[in-house]
Design a protein around this ligand. Structure first.
Ligand SMILES: *[C@@H]1O[C@H](CO)[C@@H](O)[C@H](O)[C@H]1NC(C)=O
Ligand SMILES: *[C@@H]1O[C@H](CO)[C@@H](O)[C@H](O)[C@H]1NC(C)=O
Ligand SMILES: *[C@@H]1O[C@H](CO)[C@@H](O)[C@H](O)[C@H]1NC(C)=O
Length: 227
């Protein structure tokens, strides 16, 4: 029986291999073996850790059903919102809001709450709310009163202000909350998360506008850098 091309190939192979092996000195060979062993070991450890973390997260989710915290702006009382000819925005507003923990088995520590107010991209207010703890299914109503003035540098704001002033004094204000929070699981606290709530509000000027403020549910936005 004459050998097929495949068999011929396999006859040639070992010969070539032993040639290359002969050029490898024992120390280099040994080093590369140890190196390979370490790489293998590291790979196995990484895979094992990844599997353990995945299983832990799945069990955690199954037992605790974590839900995204909720945030609502219930009411905004805007008593002043005036852009003067020298581009200074004078404002006075009171914001009623609700933080809600929808979880049945997780507590939430709100450690830091930074409130930012933007008017068509121009930030005009920055404030802080004192942190608090919310147990299972609890909610906390917080009231924030802010007033002040802000030089408006964004040129596009003026025309938007004029048109909203003419349109029944309803102003589009964006509220951005930056949070630092932890979940509490049984007795254990998780690492810090840094989510952000974004709210697009339509706020009527009190006692001037005919419009009413409508309770607004705000969306949560997880930062890229969560902890
Ligand atoms: C801008 O004008 C208001 C009055 O309309 C005045 O009270 C305020 O001081 C002025 N601000 C600046 C920076 O000139
Ligand atoms: C806003 O909150 C204050 C006190 O926290 C309360 O007196 C007021 O009734 C609230 N307003 C609305 C519309 O819920
Ligand atoms: C918080 O405010 C909302 C809306 O105004 C109201 O429905 C809720 O009962 C309030 N909760 C507490 C604990 O006062």
């Amino acid at each position: 029986m004459s050998p097929s091309p495949a068999q011929l190939k396999s006859y040639h192979h070992p010969g070539r291999r032993s040639n290359t092996a002969a050029t490898c000195n024992p120390i280099t060979c040994c080093c590369s073996c140890i190196f390979n062993c370490i790489i293998n070991l590291i790979c196995q450890i990484i895979i094992t850790v990844a599997i353990i973390i995945t299983i832990t997260v799945l069990i955690f989710c199954f037992i605790f059903h974590p839900n995204v915290p909720k945030f609502y702006v219930d009411d905004v009382t805007l008593t002043q919102f005036t852009l003067s000819p020298n581009n200074t925005l004078f404002y006075n507003l009171k914001i009623n809001m609700t933080f809600r923990n929808p979880n049945r088995r997780l507590g939430i520590y709100y450690e830091q709450i930074e409130v930012n107010g933007l008017y068509h991209g121009q930030r005009f207010l920055i404030s802080e709310i004192e942190g608090f703890y919310l147990g299972n299914k609890e909610e906390n109503n917080v009231s924030l009163v802010v007033d002040g003035e802000q030089l408006v540098v964004n040129g596009g704001v003026k025309s938007k202000y004029e048109s909203e002033k003419n349109d029944d004094d309803v102003y589009e204000i964006e509220l951005k909350l930056r949070l630092k929070m932890r979940f509490k699981v049984l007795w254990v606290e998780t690492p810090k998360f840094k989510p952000r709530f974004d709210c697009e509000l339509k706020v009527p000027l009190s006692r001037v506008s005919n419009a009413r403020f409508e309770r607004t549910k705000c969306g949560i936005d997880w930062y890229k850098r969560i902890w």
